[in-house]
Design a protein around this ligand. Structure first.
Ligand code: SAM
Length: 342
């Protein structure tokens, strides 16, 4: 174990130590998050809890304050931390982070690039997944957001990981000056316009490497998927979204929660082909960098995936519909044809 890992927060288990973050659930479920300090105290109108009472206690202990009120003490899990940490930009929710780790196939020792770093939520998940042997290079256009992300990562892990670089700048401009060609195993893009970065990503990714884009809207999803497809440098893009519905489980009252986070974003991902490789049966389309009038013209039913009915089939459906209407008319005792003069 390295010195860094010995620092508070480096190891999220074992008895509480000075420097650990601890989540306390007090009377009526009230939450307090504290960092254990020499001589530290939590003052509430229920009394005083001395930090020293927690040091050396196992995670998950219950301690009482000076007023006899009990607190359950637990180290926050990563998902607890990211949901409550300070945010510069919207974060990747834990359900999506988990899915990104799976679809991007993030592995211990991987070299990973992400952009933008935003508040650092995804950075924390990536750092955990790549481990000490991996390398994470995070790009962020805004230095104020990068500062929030650095602080959040330091707060949670207790140090700024030596295998993490934050580059302030635009990924499309900085990536190929920062990493060697074909040297990156995985790229995760969480930004408004990921298609602007795909060319740079294609150069940085190793053959077989994975790019995953996390986007909020279906129009972004379509645009980035078409851009990836249009380069001819990747496998066919795949896409999905993750919906997680919580359940209430109490006695016989076992049912889905009444509320859920219905939408966060979509994932689209593809793998870098070897140079010059042309996979069998891949439909190639022109690369699109923007939507213009001519694109709108292309939004025909066929282009948006609607199956076109043949004339013969349509005539059959008309006959079916007319027969059904005739049947309904007879059943209701109206044998007359509809009054077309009305
Ligand atoms: C939704 S936030 C990212 C949140 C982050 N993944 C997290 O989990 O906390 C999007 C970020 O991308 C940054 N960004 C947008 N386009 C970028 C680009 N081309 N290069 C670098 N950063 C970019 C924005 O400044 C913003 O901070």
């Amino acid at each position: 174990m390295t010195d860094d890992q010995e620092l508070a927060g480096g190891r999220p288990s074992g008895p509480f130590r000075l420097g650990d973050r601890v989540q306390l659930t007090g009377p009526k479920g009230r939450l307090h998050t504290i960092t254990l300090r020499e001589g530290g105290e939590l003052h509430t109108h229920h009394g005083v809890l001395r930090h020293a009472q927690l040091v050396g206690q196992p995670d998950g202990s219950v301690v009482a304050n000076s007023g006899g009120h009990e607190y359950l003490a637990l180290r926050p899990l990563l998902r607890d931390f990211v949901m409550s940490m300070p945010r510069g930009a919207a974060i990747v929710y834990p359900k999506d982070a988990a899915q990104i780790l799976a679809e991007a196939d993030i592995f211990p020792g991987a070299t990973v690039v992400e952009a933008g770093v935003g508040s650092g939520a995804l950075s924390l998940w990536l750092l955990r997944a790549i481990g000490d042997e991996g390398r994470l290079v995070s790009f962020e256009r805004r230095d104020d957001f990068a500062a929030v992300a650095r602080a959040n990562v330091e707060t949670f892990t207790g140090h700024v990981p030596a295998n993490w670089d934050v580059v302030v700048g635009d990924l499309a401009e900085e990536l190929n000056d920062t990493v060697a060609e074909a040297s990156v195993d995985r790229v995760v893009l969480d930004m408004l316009a990921p298609w602007e970065c795909i060319d740079a990503v294609a150069e940085a990714l190793t053959p077989g490497g994975v790019v995953v884009c996390y986007v909020a809207t279906a129009t972004q999803l379509s645009r980035v998927a078409e851009y990836i497809r249009g380069t001819g440098l990747f496998t066919e893009p795949d896409a999905n979204e993750t919906m997680v519905r919580g359940w209430h489980v109490e006695g016989l009252a076992v049912r889905p929660d009444h509320r859920m986070v219905a939408h966060t974003g979509f994932l689209v991902w593809a793998r870098r082909l070897a140079p010059g490789a042309i996979p069998p049966e891949v439909k190639r389309r022109a690369s699109k960098s923007s939507y213009g009038d001519e694109d709108v013209e292309l939004w025909t039913p066929g282009a948006v995936g609607d199956r076109q009915i043949t004339d013969k089939n349509l005539r059959k459906r008309v006959r079916e519909a007319e027969r059904a209407a005739e049947g309904a008319r007879q059943a209701s005792g109206r044998s007359d044809a509809p009054d077309e003069s009305a």
